[in-house]
Ligand binder design. Sequence first.
Ligand code: ARG
Length: 463
Amino acid sequence: MSQQSSSMWGGRFSEATDAFVAAFTASVNFDKRLYRHDIMGSIAHATMLAKVGVLTPAERDLIVNGLTQIQTEIEAGTFEWRVDLEDVHMNIEHRLTDRIGIAGKKLHTGRSRNDQVATDVRLYLRDEIDAIRAELKRLLVGLVELAEKEHDTIMPGFTHLQTAQPVTFGHHLLAWFENLKRDDERLVDLRKRVNRMPLGSAALAGTTYPIDRAYTAELLGFDAVCENSLDAVSDRDFAIEFCAASALIMMHLSRFSEELVLWASAQFQFVNLPDRFCTGSSIMPQKKNPDVPELVRGKSGRVFGHLMSLLTLMKGQPLAYNKDNQEDKEPLFDAIDTVMGSLRAFADMVPAIEPKRDNMREAARRGFATATDLADYLVKKGVAFRDAHEIVGKAVGYGVQTGKDLAQMSLDELRQFSDTISNDVFDVLTLEGSVNARNHIGGTAPAQVKAACARARQRIDAI
Ligand code: ARG
């Protein structure tokens, strides 16, 4: 049996850890990305220990300087990460003792890796949430700016992917704005629960030293300390919540992607995506593939998977910390990377979307998009809605047979279906008439879209 030599718990053991087991249980290859937050947490912990008299000021200074230099080594790429030291925490602590001697061995006083790792992940995730929100905000701004430009651009609105009623492209863009804005609100809300400090919980029960948790929390910018030590070392709800919010973001982006893919197709031709967001085919010279939205649509799957991984990871775990929890990191990190990359790609791409306004308009005209307007016209002249529905249905049937849309029919042709129809019908059968008539908050009228854009800008400013 091959064995590793150094370990942090050698005292109780009569043989060293099996080399494969050491590698199997190690997390340093993926948790080293927590190094900055691990050092930040350790500096705050040492500062607090000195404040309460557990460390001398001289020891504190040695620790703080040592850790700062280790951060420099890591960032310079000269730090040697050792798998036999298991994780980011023990790698850094070991190096600290190498550098400063006995004071380094005092850093872990009143602390356990259980509260340390929970603190590191929260500190790390807090920063990542802020960075993700910055990308999301850029995307929201892009959507509002495009919606302002396209506030009166007419396109078909769809239900069942069949032409339903005319809408403005600006209105459609603001629908995307709304669902992504809710995603931002979710991030704001869950960040409050991320931003609580486990440190001080130690292994599970707290510690016998006279620690000042509120002080450490203040140094680290936490809103509060976690109230219960058993909960604090074992809770991973915050990571699950983040993955749930990320799954929703990806679900929304996948829908947005799907529409862009459809709209960029030769069959729709509603938009052009600039070449820099597309790729070609190695065999078909004519191809220009909308890779960015396709890939984002595909990447939604991995984030949904990470949410399920974390739920399953936590299911049935007894209190308090269990080694299972080491498995929280890879799904969480990949969810962060995926949502960040996807939002960034969309924030870059949205301002570059080129609408093909003539094609959008033509598609709205062809699909009997103003049929509901004709029915509403009849109702306003005293026809019951169900009868109006029937009358318009017949007129559409006639249009399908003759290849005419409603606005192309003569008054006589229309009057075959109802003699209530008179010349003013053509005002409601136009696309402009249709969208302008939906003139209330939340409606598609260009004037409403403009007003909604102004409100959206204020809401972005409040972010
Ligand atoms: N690498 C571990 C993790 O990610 C750190 C905590 C280990 N604690 C322990 N008692 N083995 O969860």
